[in-house]
Design a protein around this ligand. Structure first.
Ligand code: ATP
Ligand code: MG
Length: 363
């Protein structure tokens, strides 16, 4: 029977001395999946990747590749390849020799190596670069050679540790799409590490969000963005309004909360306690602004407020609306037509949002 997961971590913990870098991480990554580990600096992303590769051994727990426990196997006995942030090409070797290096170490015959190097250079769209030296290439081209060097070995799993980190923003965005397309063609499982939330959202089939060694949430980009499991995830990914509130009642994942005397409905996956304090989280672009005369959408709750700040940002306008004393909410409205910019400082407006986008988060 085929293994359920290509890569699996079972309650993996890693201590460095008295410091816990990774704590009880359990995670299954499917064959052919583009999976990203996302989190702030120092949260344990690289440590997880190094344990999958075998460069680090877990203090406890186990690691499985293709359903087989590899926890005690050295790196070269695991069918994975790693692409690091600093691409570490051999400067004195040509591009072709850099790509061929791993195959030569395995003793594969020369004709086969030449064929696979050629194929792989075509795949990363640098077919004519074989004779060049790395220093004759741009940063983005070198990054593609580093990828070529890893995929030429046809690993079952490719581990990528912030591989686009050294590139400027424009090139980085182009490479994100290229890399995702390449992954789709190869159908190799990618475990991709990044601290850039936008990069993770753009590229991944699923994302695992980490904080201080703990895996906080695993889900598709849309699930993580629209239904963050906790305050850390809501805060780390995208912009969010956090309105301090008190839980009035809750039932089947839906709650009523009080925000400075206003009763609001929201959803939650957390365990709520009536009368406890929490936060209502709502993304700025999910909030709609209305003038006094607009009809009511039955899926929405609406609250009156006053615009206390407006910032024109080109594609959209950012408003701050005061709903009550000390309760302000950021709203982003796309500038789709002339009417979009009709809201002015000091104007009384209604804000409304669909209840599904409001989340109650206790921690
Ligand atoms: N060999 C080591 N010895 C001691 N502490 C270590 C070692 N490797 C990592 N750490 C610590 O473990 C924590 C997690 O490190 P890790 O490199 O996994 O973070 P990261 O999420 O990859 O961060 P970044 O985004 O900065 O690369 C950090 O606090 C780091 O200082
Ligand atoms: Mg790292």
């Amino acid at each position: 029977m085929a293994a359920t997961f290509d890569v699996e971590l079972r309650t993996v913990t890693k201590h460095f001395g008295s410091f816990t870098a990774v704590k009880d991480v359990s995670l299954g990554i499917r064959q052919g999946e583009f999976f990203s580990l996302l989190g702030p600096s120092g949260c344990g992303k690289t440590t997880n990747l190094r344990m999958i590769a075998g460069f680090e051994l877990p203090t406890s727990g186990s690691i499985l590749l293709g359903g087989k426990d590899v926890s005690q196997l050295p790196p070269f006995k695991r069918n994975v390849n790693t692409v690091f942030q600093n691409y570490a090409l051999f400067p004195h070797l040509s591009v072709s020799d850099n790509v061929a290096f791993g195959l030569e170490m395995k003793g594969i015959d020369k004709a086969e190596i030449a064929k696979r190097v050629k194929e792989t250079l075509e795949m990363v769209r640098l077919p004519d670069s074989g004779k060049k030296k790395p220093n004759q290439l741009s940063g983005g081209q070198r990054q593609r050679i580093a990828l070529a060097r890893a995929i030429v070995n046809r690993p079952q799993v490719l581990l990528l540790d912030e591989p686009l980190g050294a590139l400027d923003l424009k090139l980085r965005k182009a490479m994100q799409l290229e890399l995702k397309e390449l992954q789709r063609q190869l159908a190799i499982t990618f475990v991709f590490v990044t601290h850039d939330q936008e990069e993770a959202l753009v590229m991944s089939d699923r994302i695992g969000v980490m904080d201080h060694g703990v895996l906080r949430q695993v889900g598709t980009p849309a699930a993580i963005y629209d239904r963050p499991a906790d305050r850390f995830v809501a805060d780390f990914i995208g912009d969010t309004n956090f309105l301090p509130c008190r839980v009035v009642d809750h039932r089947n994942g839906t709650a009523h909360v009080q925000v400075a005397g206003l009763t609001m409905s929201a959803s939650s996956d957390q365990t709520l306690t009536d009368n406890s304090s929490a936060y209502l989280a709502i993304r700025p672009e999910k909030v709609q602004l209305y003038g006094p005369d607009t009809p009511h959408n039955p899926n929405e709750e609406r609250f009156a407020g006053v615009i206390v700040e407006t910032v024109f940002m080109g594609t959209d306008t950012r408003y701050v609306v005061e709903l009550a004393e000390d309760i302000q909410i950021v709203v982003r409205q796309q500038n789709r037509n002339i009417a979009s910019t009709r809201f002015a400082l000091g104007q009384t407006v209604d804000v409304g949002w669909e209840t599904v986008f409001a989340r109650v988060l206790v921690s």
